[in-house]
Design a protein. Structure first.
Length: 213
């Protein structure tokens, strides 16, 4: 799943200084993928990533800071205001996760994804944004669906369930699973709250919180 932060600078647009933030839950569930890199731009010579944490910066498919400042209309300003090429750093999510832009002593950042395909591709054609990675555990939903049921989650018991009809569900499938009759377990006016397990919910979480400023 790929997303784009509209407040992030790119090769053609320079946005105001701001940090990239994800909550601890988001970082654990939907972290940026390994082929998403963050580019710290216009860093001072005293920046931690150029000194004590310089190992956090790495080579990005042979690209350089000179190429970035020379090709991008948004970043050329930094080159023009300096007698030399300002430092930059190609780094991973962990760097911006634990250090703010003020601590990093860099004025701006941008992010690029599908970096393994960008060798020989100029900054104007890079894929700006970030790809989020996630995994879905095997909860038996495929077996439930094949039996004609709908996979769901009971937030009270924190268990996955196979919804077979309005009045009953099972723990496995609608053909041979252990059936649980809602009428026997709950009052008719208080059905257990079931939420469908659908991966786009992760997308809603990321867009609703990740892009909040």
């Amino acid at each position: 799943m790929t997303i784009f932060d509209p407040a992030m600078s790119t090769c053609s647009i320079l946005q105001p200084h701001h940090d990239f933030k994800m909550s601890e839950i988001q970082s654990a569930i939907i972290p940026p993928s390994p082929d998403t890199i963050f580019i710290l731009v216009n860093c001072s010579v005293d920046s931690p990533v150029l000194n004590h944490y310089k190992s956090n910066c790495f080579n990005f498919s042979g690209h350089s800071c000179d190429e970035l400042y020379g090709s991008c209309t948004s970043f050329k300003l930094f080159h023009m205001l300096s007698n030399s090429t300002p430092a930059c750093c190609f780094t991973g999510y962990e760097t911006v996760k634990y250090m703010s832009m003020d601590i990093l002593d860099c004025t701006h950042y941008t992010s690029v994804y599908n970096t393994d395909r960008l060798a020989g591709v100029g900054p104007l054609d890079w894929l700006y944004g970030m790809k989020l990675s996630f995994s879905v555990p095997d909860t038996g939903c495929e077996r439930c669906a094949k039996s004609g049921g709908t996979c769901g989650f009971d937030v009270e018991t924190e268990m996955t369930q196979c919804i077979c009809s309005i009045t009953s569900n099972t723990t496995r499938d609608c053909a041979g699973g252990r059936e649980i009759n809602f009428a026997d377990s709950y009052r008719a006016s208080s059905f257990p709250r079931l939420q469908l397990l659908y991966i786009l919910a992760l997308g809603a979480i990321s867009f609703g919180i990740l892009l909040r400023r």
